[in-house]
Design a protein around this ligand. Structure first.
Ligand code: F6R
Length: 594
């Protein structure tokens, strides 16, 4: 969360920083700011709102600067809490959370500090100014020893106007070194410049960036040598193309995301290794957050039914807090994340490693923190996902997990030829389904005034229901829940009335009768029922107001399809309500705080 960029070189810093910052807006967009050094002073602009609010900063003088786009953790999104924070000779941008905020704040106040914001980040700049001894790097080292929690920092000091200081602990930060310039950024797309070498700062490391190169330091303040991680890939300027929003473009790319992910696996020897590991595995645990967690829930059925491997799926943020450790037998932990930077998932993955589990990390970002943590790493090839709500990355994750379950099944001598063929057909099935979504706009008109919405399903359909519900909440701000259909009658049915649309998902033939019982129960209470199903015969049922029929596939793979109309419903409802589907309120694409 929060995006950081910094620049030092011979170009004007402000226009470049603003352009790079826009590439990080997915990380947070509630306030933004920029600060340059020129003529012996700081020049800063900070505003509440999106990066466009600081467009006036383009004219700031100077060739050295830092900029920030914020996702508020400590302190409301407002101008005074926006970064950069300035104090005396220092200016600072911060991504992360200072966990000993209370103690540091009390100590600063005791010393008579005048805090201007409610943020934890300002405490660091205040400490820098108080403890400054003429050496900004060593002062930073000393101050950071007292900071608990996570940080990626960009720091300017008026005494060293040609240097940009950086530090990292548990928050991603990259240094780019190019011809006559250096850049600092939270993520690779913001670094991209012809021929730039990218260095990944590791936990505890610091850096001093100058126009002619970068020096790196360990947590003890001593110089270290680092090798570049990669040459920054050529910049792909994100574009919506012919689509009005990134979200609908990314949904249209679902077939490609699945196809490319499967195609890559065929050429990746790690895939075969992992299938061998799975062959010896008694137990799989998947740790993930949000949509990735829902992909894990859906894939559980494939691992268990196809490969016969018991699989549990954990919310990464809950994994460490007292959940029982699996005992007996070989365990593979799969950490699943689109960004590869989700702090909760990273924390769960490192705990799994400490517990001695074999760790497989699956991300959509080959240079991410998570992808370098595992005993093995696989990538999904969804391509960059810019809309905050995950869409194509969900299907790409499912494609990889389904392929693993099939690979494990084969390695265990099971015949899964039929399912293999179904997986190969999945991109085409998605394409056909995407062309059948015309009526979802009509659904959205009925959902826009809803008091709350239920998505119901059983088995793998329940996994799809919770993802559909998350999408709707995220984009329409209408309360909704994904529910196991049979569970409604145990209490929640009391909330259902004529103002409660219910989306029922039915793709499991053996569960049809019981799912339709739940449909009758909610319809009897006045709910309007919308059906997403593999079985056309249920669409004519009198309780069903409108329906979408899915192309035929293996019942284990249906979540990859059934979620598509639900993504479209969330998108259309957001539009009907006048919300921005690409940037829902209060959210950010990459959640790098625990
Ligand atoms: C929902 C959404 C989030 C993410 C979650 C995990 O649309 O995008 O729920 O799925 O924050 O993110 P990653 O997959 O990057 O770990």
């Amino acid at each position: 969360m929060c995006g950081i960029v910094g620049y030092v070189g011979d170009r004007r810093a402000a226009p470049l920083l603003l352009e790079r910052l826009r590439r990080l807006e997915y990380r947070g967009y509630d306030s933004a700011g920029i600060c340059t050094i020129a003529e012996g002073g700081f020049h800063a602009v900070r505003r509440k709102g999106r990066i466009r609010e600081i467009a006036c900063a383009e004219s700031l003088p100077g060739t050295v600067g830092i900029a920030h786009t914020r996702w508020a953790t400590h302190g409301a999104p407002c101008e005074k809490n926006a970064h950069p924070h300035l104090c005396g000779k220092f200016a600072l941008v911060h991504n992360g959370i200072v966990e000993n905020d209370g103690a540091l704040r009390a100590s600063l106040l005791r010393q008579g500090a005048e805090l201007k914001s409610q943020t934890d980040s300002e405490l660091i700049v205040q400490m820098l100014d108080r403890e400054y001894d003429g050496d900004p790097m060593q002062t930073l080292v000393r101050v950071l020893r007292r900071v608990e929690g996570s940080y990626a920092l960009g720091v300017l000091c008026l005494d060293c106007p040609g240097v940009l200081f950086a530090a990292r602990r548990k928050s991603p930060l990259l240094v780019g070194v190019g011809e006559g310039e250096c850049l600092l950024a939270s993520d690779l797309p913001a670094l991209a410049s012809e021929g730039m070498q990218a260095y990944v700062l590791e936990d505890g490391e610091l850096a001093a960036l100058r126009a002619d190169g970068a020096e790196f330091y360990g947590a003890d303040g001593k110089r270290i040598q680092k090798k570049p991680h990669c040459t920054v890939p050529r910049e792909e300027i994100p574009s919506k193309g012919r689509y009005p929003h990134y979200m609908c473009k990314e949904m249209a790319e679902i077939p490609l995301a699945i196809r490319q992910s499967l195609c890559d696996l065929r050429q990746d020897h790690t895939f075969n290794d992992v299938c061998e590991v799975l062959c010896q595995t008694d137990y799989v645990e998947i740790v993930a957050c949000g949509t990735a967690y829902h992909a894990g829930l859906a894939a559980k059925y494939a691992f268990e039914r196809l490969a016969g491997i018991r699989t549990d799926v954990y919310l990464a943020g809950e994994y460490r807090d007292g959940l029982p450790d699996c005992t007996g037998g070989e365990c593979l932990t799969i950490a699943l994340s689109q960004s590869g930077e989700t702090a909760d998932t990273i924390a769960a993955a490192s705990l799994a490693k400490q517990r001695g589990k074999t760790l497989l990390c699956i991300t959509n970002a080959p240079y991410s923190t998570l992808s370098s943590m595992g005993d093995r790493a696989l990538v999904t090839r969804a391509g960059r996902e810019i809309a905050v709500a995950a869409t194509k990355s969900y299907q790409a994750q499912l494609a990889v997990l389904y392929a693993l379950s099939l690979g494990a099944a084969r390695a265990r001598g099971r015949n899964v030829d039929k399912e293999y063929a179904a997986l190969e057909r999945l991109p085409d099935d998605c394409r056909i389904l995407l062309s059948r979504l015309g009526r979802i706009g009509g659904w959205a008109e009925r959902f826009r005034g809803a008091r709350s919405v239920y998505f119901i399903g059983k088995g793998a359909d329940h996994a799809a229901a919770v993802e559909g519900s998350l999408k709707l909440k995220e984009l329409s701000y209408i309360p909704s829940e994904g529910y196991a259909a049979g569970e409604l009658k145990h209490g929640t049915l009391s909330l259902v009335d004529q103002r409660t649309p219910v989306v029922a998902i039915l793709t499991q033939r053996q569960l049809a009768a019981r799912l339709m019982n739940a449909v009758s129960e909610v319809a009897s209470r006045g709910a309007r029922v919308f059906l997403v199903t593999s079985f056309p015969e249920f669409c004519a049922r009198r309780e069903v107001i409108s329906s979408v029929v899915l192309p035929e596939t293996s019942p284990l793979f249906t979540p990859a399809l059934s979620v598509i109309p639900l993504q479209a419903l969330a998108y259309e409802t957001a539009l009907a309500l006048g919300n921005d589907p690409d940037k829902p309120r209060n959210l950010a694409k990459s959640v790098t705080v625990e």
